[in-house]
Design a protein around this ligand. Structure first.
Ligand SMILES: Nc1ncnc2c1ncn2[C@@H]1O[C@H](COP(=O)(O)OP(=O)(O)OP(=O)(O)O)[C@@H](O)[C@H]1O
Length: 117
């Protein structure tokens, strides 16, 4: 298999991962709806490029943290299905990362959209 074929194959696995995440996680579908609404609002208000960059960065931040949080939960459930304080710490910190990203995204959204309302 050539280098290019390997890269295309890896890209296919990454797309399959995104589809698996969307299919299995209700949170992911809520993020998808919220992302669509925010992008539609951005188009409606014809946001300038700098505001689009800020918006896309925080949307990406929320998606990436949520995906890694889900991966961490799945790893822990696989490795240690029974209760363990270390698992609680790991899952709670991972969930905290999602909360940080969501709060940053909410504040950014308010800064961008409130002046248009
Ligand atoms: N094996 C475990 N040992 C210790 N605490 C756990 C364990 N599993 C879950 N917990 C605790 O319960 C909380 C919820 O865990 P859970 O895996 O259900 O995630 P969740 O945040 O409800 O996410 P989701 O709804 O996406 O499954 C964790 O944040 C952690 O505090």
């Amino acid at each position: 298999m050539s280098y290019l074929q390997q890269r295309i194959r890896s890209f296919g696995f990454a797309i399959a991962g995104i589809i698996a995440f969307l299919r299995s996680e209700p949170h992911a579908r809520i993020h998808a709806v919220a992302t669509a609404i925010v992008i539609a609002a951005g188009c409606w208000y014809r946001l300038p490029g700098s505001q689009w960059i800020a918006l896309l960065l925080v949307i990406g931040l929320v998606w990436v943290t949520e995906m890694f949080n889900t991966v961490i939960e799945k790893i822990m459930d696989h490795l240690s299905p029974e209760y363990h304080p270390a698992v609680k710490w790991i899952k709670d910190v991972a969930a905290g990362a999602v909360l940080v990203a969501a709060v940053i995204a909410l504040i950014t959204g308010c800064i961008i959209f409130i002046p248009y309302l």
